[in-house]
Design a binder for this molecule. Structure first.
Ligand code: NAD
Length: 248
């Protein structure tokens, strides 16, 4: 296991010498675009209890709570624009240095910034999907007509609609998961940006990269359980650190 070297210079030199970088991003990458993360103080989990997928299927009160939370989050998602970090990762890919982005985010901002290879582990909040027939649709028109305590229904079969995201207690899409682990096995450096690295199986990705011989750099405001696995760890604000790491 590599020895952790704390600091910007170590991370910068690892990035400069790597040719197949994989970015693994969490909610911290999008807080600069006005979308709060869930775990930080004032985040969504301090205002709402997460609704587990089995509860969504079983209970109408749970479905109502779920959509109330979605409605309160939506304005931030609807007005968010990609920030400098999303754009820097897209540029690194265009320059042939980045294999792609595996993200826990559901905001679609990497794609909007021009990233071409994006593996969205937790799906997208910009679309809805019927839990009965899997028919999909855009989130925006659903939100425009949604009233308090209402749970939207599928126009094809009348089933309940849910955001096309992975809820707690819901299986990740096995094809998406396979894609993510393929990327981890092919990279020579994984940079984890703005993720608390506590949600599995997403947090297993840096471990898989190390097992395949890659190095790991972790950048986050707070310590993560995987810091000891990383060749370099930088704690602080992504908006300051990422330009220093990825800039010319
Ligand atoms: P997470 O586990 O990715 O944690 C976010 C981490 O980023 C935290 O450790 C926080 O300290 C750090 N952070 C936040 N802003 C930062 C900044 N400016 N600089 C440095 N570090 C910063 O995410 P979560 O909030 O626990 O959310 C859990 C899940 O909910 C996600 O995996 C995702 O599926 C969903 N989610 C998505 C979005 C989005 O799409 N933008 C936002 C919130 C939650």
């Amino acid at each position: 296991m590599p020895t952790a070297v704390t600091g910007l210079e170590a991370a910068r030199s690892l990035i400069a010498s790597s040719r197949r970088i994989l970015a693994f991003t969490g909610a911290g990458v999008s807080t600069g675009s006005g979308i709060p993360d869930f775990r930080s103080p004032g985040g969504v989990w301090s205002r709402f209890q997460p609704v587990l997928y089995p509860d969504f299927l079983a209970s109408h009160a749970a479905r109502q709570r779920y959509w109330e939370m979605r409605r309160s989050m939506w304005p931030d998602f609807a007005r968010a624009e990609p920030n400098r970090m999303h754009r820097m990762l897209a540029e690194l890919e265009a320059r042939g240095r980045l294999l792609g982005v595996v993200t826990q985010n559901i905001d679609g901002l990497h794609e909007r910034a021009g990233s071409r290879r994006v593996v969205a582990l937790h799906g997208t909040n910009r679309r809805v999907r019927c839990v009965a027939c899997a028919e999909g649709g855009e989130m925006a028109p659903v939100m425009e007509s949604l009233e308090a305590d209402q749970v939207p229904r599928c126009s094809a079969c009348g089933g309940w609609l849910k955001a096309a995201t992975i809820s707690f207690g819901q299986m990740l899409d096995p094809d998406v998961l396979r894609d993510a682990f393929d990327c981890a096995a092919r990279c020579d450096l994984l940079i984890a940006l703005g993720s608390s690295l506590v949600v599995y199986p997403a947090a297993a990705l840096p471990e898989a990269a190390v097992a395949a011989g890659a190095q790991v750099v972790i950048v986050n405001r707070e310590a993560t359980p995987l810091d000891s696995l990383a060749a370099a760890v930088v704690h602080g604000e992504l908006e300051e650190i990422v330009p220093a790491l990825l800039g010319d």
